[in-house]
Design a protein around this ligand. Structure first.
Ligand code: NFE
Ligand code: MG
Length: 563
């Protein structure tokens, strides 16, 4: 007999996500439903506003990747009205995006995803001298270098554990038996977890050098950037370089090493980690290294075919709301997309935890829409960026992917697993660590002869405009779509990375990446479903981004109850 398992809320993510699955008698997941349970609404409040405020308003879609929406919204306006942007401004924007990538990926692996792999309490049993030796296996210059340092970490953790404040982590997640690190490996991972907290601050400061502050930088305007004096100040340029070097060192010596360690401990049985079952992947140009030249190239891989990466046709994107809490008669292209709430309740039924509200299977069950490319679900994010660029033969990407596979002994097929997705996020960060500085170099070269940062845009209120922008946000491909009429925003839609990945099944019954990646996964014990958390966390969910709906006057657009 099949059983329902409900996890609500999923923690260690941004926002409100509920995962429900049905398992068979062997506890193998047969069906999965990803449901976002909080309604917001920024697309609605943009209507009737001046396009020059779009960036600052859409920035509030998220408190994590604030810069992604700020930049993408501003670029959508620039695309619509045909505004030119000086190269210096383009380089500075790209540098801020690079810093955001590094920030979010490091925070994701250590703070949000790490406890799916690392058992905190186990580290207390480690022999620090042995751990120092083990660390040498995963890096020539390990960050977790000395016995003394590792012993100090252990003592710090012991003090914390002794306070009894570990909550659910007292026994890792529910003492689930699929934790595979040795005590020494857990100690190495933990020492990097503490270091990551410091690095998070340093990389946030990098963003603030050009953005005035972080989160929610303030220096991007339609037509350019406002951090003019910072850009031509050698001291500021140096501050950026110094901080960047600190972050790069952490990525090379800790983040990279920890994924090689994870592959060593977990890579033999990648099936227990879950597969990547939607094999379409899309990502866009990223890291500007010269005029119209990017380190990462855009493209779409279909059916896992890395030999034939296609160009993206933005007009093949549509959003389906058959199972989303919105009203629309058919899938819509975002330029003509609507956001009309229509909530329906869950139904009570037996689950492994007793009677609970559950998805009825036929109806609507999420505030996330279901984006499709030519009618097909697509995974976006660092795994997509790695596969698209590997397929395109981008040497900087081929090098890190092949090196990772060689050092771990994993086959290429291992990329299509939860471990592969988590490793890809590290590799995406590593490519930027090694080559992203070309943007800085291009800026420094350019300001020798050109200090322009802004070109006043021209908006004719008598004209109608439409446009869009695509950027690679940390969690994947982000696109913003705008129509302008009478000098004001007429329609606005954002199609966000987590929307692509977390969206519910569509009107043709096709499931998106979250749901597909859970099907076939075996749970050791359905009442302790760490396996589900590990898969879902590997996408780095951001539900604020994916729903982005909120009435600016605080009026109720729809009433519902969260049980
Ligand atoms: Ni709210 Fe976001 C990123 C965007 S998410 S974090 O990255 O855009 O899907
Ligand atoms: Mg949207």
């Amino acid at each position: 007999m099949s059983k329902r398992v409900v996890i609500d809320p999923i923690t260690r993510i941004e926002g409100h996500l509920r995962i429900e699955v049905e398992v068979d008698e062997n506890n193998v997941i047969e069906k999965a439903w990803a449901s976002s349970t909080l309604f917001r609404g920024l697309e609605i409040i943009l209507k009737g506003r001046t396009p020059f405020d779009v960036g600052l308003l859409v920035q509030r879609i998220c408190g994590v990747c604030t810069f992604s929406h700020y930049l993408c919204g501003t670029m959508a306006v620039e695309n619509a009205i045909g505004a030119a942007v000086p190269m210096n401004a383009q380089y500075l924007r790209s540098m801020m995006l690079e810093a955001l990538h590094m920030h979010d990926h490091i925070v994701h692996f250590y703070i949000l995803h790490g406890l799916d792999w690392i058992d905190v309490v186990s580290a207390l049993k480690a022999d620090p001298a042995k751990a120092a030796q083990v660390a040498m296996k995963y890096s020539d210059t390990p960050m977790a270098a000395g016995e003394g340092e590792l012993r100090a970490v252990q003592e710090k953790v012991k003090k914390f554990v002794d306070t009894g404040k570990l909550g659910p982590f007292a026994n890792a997640y529910w003492g689930n038996p699929s934790y595979s690190f040795t005590p020494e490996q857990n100690l190495i991972g933990l020492s990097h977890y503490f270091k990551a907290l410091e690095i998070q601050r340093v990389v946030a400061e990098m963003m603030a050098i050009w953005g005035g502050k972080n989160p929610h930088p303030q220096s991007v305007v339609v037509g350019g950037i406002t951090c003019v004096r910072d850009m031509i100040n050698p001291a500021r340029l140096q501050e950026w370089e110094q901080r960047r070097a600190t972050v790069v060192e952490f990525i090379e010596r800790a983040y990279q090493a920890d994924l090689i360690m994870a592959a060593d401990a977990y890579g033999k049985e990648t099936s227990v980690l879950g597969g990547v079952n939607v094999r379409n992947f899309m990502s866009t140009d990223d890291v500007l290294v010269g005029q119209n030249q990017h380190l990462f190239k855009s493209g779409i891989v279909r059916n896992g075919d890395l030999a034939n990466v296609e160009d993206i046709d933005p007009y093949k994107i549509e959003e389906d709301v058959t199972h989303s809490w919105y009203n629309a008669a058919h899938p819509q292209h975002p330029l003509d997309g609507t956001t009309i709430p229509e909530h329906t309740p869950f139904v009570e039924r037996d689950t492994v935890y007793g009677k609970l509200p559950t998805v009825d299977g036929e109806g609507k069950y999420s505030w996330v829409k279901s984006p499709r490319y030519a009618g097909e679900p697509v995974e976006v994010g660092p795994l997509a960026a790695m596969l698209v660029n590997y397929g395109r033969g981008v040497p900087e990407v081929v090098e890190v992917v092949d090196d990772f596979l060689a050092r771990t002994g994993l086959p290429k097929e291992a990329l299509f697993t939860t471990l592969g997705r988590t490793a890809a996020r590290m590799l995406h960060t590593l490519v930027q660590a090694r080559h992203g500085n070309r943007t800085f170099d291009a800026l420094v070269t350019n300001i020798q002869s050109d200090t322009s940062t802004y070109i006043a845009p021209d908006l004719d209120a008598a004209k109608e405009y439409k446009g869009f922008a695509m950027i690679e946000a940390p969690r994947g491909l982000l696109s913003h779509w705008i129509r302008i009429k009478n000098g004001l925003v007429e329609n606005y839609q954002a199609v966000v990375p987590t929307t692509w990945n977390a969206g519910p099944r569509d009107g043709n019954g096709k499931v998106g990446p979250y749901e597909a990646s859970l099907v076939g996964l075996k749970l050791d014990d359905p009442t302790k479903p760490l396996e589900i958390l590990r898969v879902i966390h590997s996408f780095d969910p951001c539900m604020a981004c994916s729903v982005h709906v909120m009435d600016y006057k605080g009026q109720s657009l729809s009433q519902f109850r969260i049980d």
